[in-house]
Design a protein around this ligand. Structure first.
Ligand SMILES: Cc1cc2nc3c(=O)[nH]c(=O)nc-3n(C[C@H](O)[C@H](O)[C@H](O)COP(=O)(O)OP(=O)(O)OC[C@H]3O[C@@H](n4cnc5c(N)ncnc54)[C@H](O)[C@@H]3O)c2cc1C
Length: 381
């Protein structure tokens, strides 16, 4: 059993209330209009949950990873896009928290709890799973680095106030040639391409970014030159946990919808919940989601204990188990609800489209299996 303290209980109660009053009523609308919910950002900020992982001295509430996972789960039950706001925010600032210096933290972190947005920019058109094949480059010139290249699919890309951007400072060195930079909206040479039109998670923004001789002050290098991977890898590990928790919440939301519908839908003279075929599907959905939840909590436990080595495998496994489960559960929820499940009058078709993305981003589920296998076999392959 996981015992929550009174503070954790209070945070989660606040989140449940916000979800009920503000997030759930907006979920279908922001999906339909592909609209970024600025009103939800404001509500999260006002209630201290826009960046809850941030320590109090930077304006956050200093939650651990387990509490944050539970917050994501609660929000994703109603709206996975709204949970993604918190995930993109954390992905953007955690590299600064992990590897930035005090001046960078003091300057950039406090605004993020209050309403400013962050983003994490690594992926490029020709560098997705094979992130080391990125082409963006940064060359030091006096007090600046000059960045050239492009990024794609970046969550919050065109609306972020700050972005953690990865680029090669020495392409010859491979992984030890990548550096991380803090890029502000408005930096000269930061140009925006299109925002993507997506299948699901339509309440979030995903953008192309172009760096055209973009000038980044040298003091905005995060960590040391060539040490970008040192902030990228832990940020990817944590992001995989966050995706897992988002997937768990999404799956639970779909189960709740399907159970409620099955109890009310009458066919052949009684509720379809009496049919064993439906009961078995619901039982599988519930068991799969509970297993994924426990895996996510275990991964969060490793992170809270700062046990990074076991955390890497636990986060990767939680991510692929939870998102594969969410895909199956949401598809089955549509099936249980029959033709109505396929209609936009009910939320499960949106949940099914949203679930698909979680199998892809923060490393595809094929790559998650590779990470897991690497941790198992080490160099003994
Ligand atoms: C909506 C959305 C939001 C995103 N947000 C961000 C963001 O904020 N920041 C960011 O940096 N990136 C972001 N991404 C990028 C995301 O992380 C990548 O899309 C993902 O890592 C996969 O890369 P790819 O799309 O280039 O696919 P590819 O790498 O081209 O993969 C294509 C297929 O090949 C498989 N594959 C590739 N290599 C292997 C292998 N070695 N073994 C087995 N199978 C393999 C993959 O699993 C996949 O099925 C986002 C993507 C999307 C769609």
């Amino acid at each position: 059993m996981i015992e929550l303290n009174s503070e954790q209980k209070m945070i989660l109660e606040t989140v449940r209330q916000i979800v009920k009053d503000k997030v759930r009523p907006r979920a279908a609308e922001i999906d339909e209009r592909a609209e970024f919910p600025w009103d939800t950002v404001k509500i999260f900020a006002e209630n201290g949950i826009l960046a809850p992982l941030l320590p109090e001295k930077y304006g956050g509430i200093g939650t651990g990873y387990l509490t944050f996972s539970m917050i994501l789960e609660e929000i994703a039950k109603a709206c996975a896009s709204s949970a993604l706001i918190l995930i993109a925010q954390a992905d953007g600032f955690l590299p600064i928290l992990y590897a930035g210096n005090d001046a960078q933290k003091d300057r950039y972190l406090p605004g993020l709890a209050g309403g400013k947005l962050a983003g994490f920019a690594a992926t490029e058109p020709d560098a997705g799973s094979d992130i080391l094949s990125m082409k963006s480059s940064a060359v030091r010139k006096g007090d600046f680095y000059i960045l050239n290249g492009q990024k794609c699919f970046i969550t919050n890309g065109s609306i972020a106030d700050i972005l953690t951007v990865y680029a090669f400072t020495d392409p010859e060195k491979g992984p030890t040639g990548i550096s991380a930079f803090l890029v502000e909206k408005g930096f000269k040479g930061l140009c925006y391409g299109k925002d993507e039109n997506k299948m699901g998670m339509r309440g979030s923004i995903n953008s192309q970014l172009f760096f055209e001789d973009m000038e980044v002050p040298a003091e905005n290098l995060i960590g040391r030159e060539g040490k970008g991977i040192a902030s990228m890898m832990p940020a990817l590990d944590t992001s995989r946990l966050f995706s897992a928790s988002q997937a768990v919440g999404l799956a639970q939301g779909a189960i709740d919808e399907a159970v409620s519908y099955a109890g009310e839908r009458i066919q052949f003279g009684r509720a379809i919940s009496h049919l064993q075929a439906i009961q078995f599907m619901i039982a599988d959905m519930e068991a799969g989601t509970e297993a994924a939840r426990l895996m996510a909590y275990r991964a969060a436990g490793y992170l809270d204990a700062k046990e990074w080595r076991p955390a890497r495998k636990a986060c990767a496994m939680a991510k692929f188990i939870a998102s594969d489960n969410a895909m199956k559960v949401t598809t089955d929820a549509v099936q249980i609800m029959g033709g109505y499940g396929y209609m936009k009058d009910y939320p499960v078709e949106r949940m099914m489209r949203d679930a698909k993305l979680i199998q892809i981003y923060t490393g595809t589920n094929q790559i998650m299996r590779l990470v897991t296998a690497r941790e198992i076999f080490g160099n003994n392959r």
